[in-house]
Design a protein around this ligand. Sequence first.
Ligand code: PGA
Length: 262
Amino acid sequence: MANRTPLMAGNWKMNLDHIEAIATVQKLAWTLTDAKHDFEDAEAVVLVPFTDLRSVQTLVDGDKLGVKYGAQDVSKHKSGAYTGEISVSMLAKLGVAYCAVGHSERREYHGETDALVNDKVRALAAEGITAIVCVGEPLEIRKAGNHVPFTVDSLKGSLANLSPAELAHVVVAYEPVWAIGTGEVATPEDAQEVIGAIREALAKMYGPEVAATTRVLYGGSVKSSNVAEIMAKPDIDGALVGGASLDPQEFAKIVRFKDHIV
Ligand code: PGA
């Protein structure tokens, strides 16, 4: 993990309305406060549906909570005739710190490509919002043994031509598609293999210093019971957590992964 601050990001997906969001974030913050959690030790972030953002902002600002919040997607366009889309500046106005980009569900159900992901990352960086850029292979690619080149190619496309200043607003998340929502967690060795290759690719693209400061997360069926062994791997800096982030007590345990190191 070197000097990189661990980051635990809960991807709520299309779950929890704004009323439920308030209760969930309150419970998460209280649980972490009770445990005397130091947010410098591990950042806690919730990526909520767009309709929850204003309520979560009011709560986090009003009660000065250490929890950060973000969105799950954004438009690449600044403004205009894009019915149903949300712009980066709209997110910035709501104090959003992070935004997931290119999640496999966006890639699969909405046809998002690496080129589109690249445009979105650039748009976010321009407003100082950190993109959590998701990459990862489907099952057939893993079975064919091509998971490392596939994922590294997708990374290169997603980050193409970003300046080091833009890359400073990027967190990478390796999410093997076959491990998402399936209960089938990649072994810590599987995750380290690909995440190590991601860091090597970053070093080739931006030099070793930038690669050493860029955070790379693992995602796919992370729970409090498996997070510590995943976090024990040298290149893994945190987790993107779906299902288990909907339960604030369980997610708080994930944020406090250092408690379970035996
Ligand atoms: P999961 O989802 O933790 O429910 O597997 C991870 C994700 O899709 O980000």
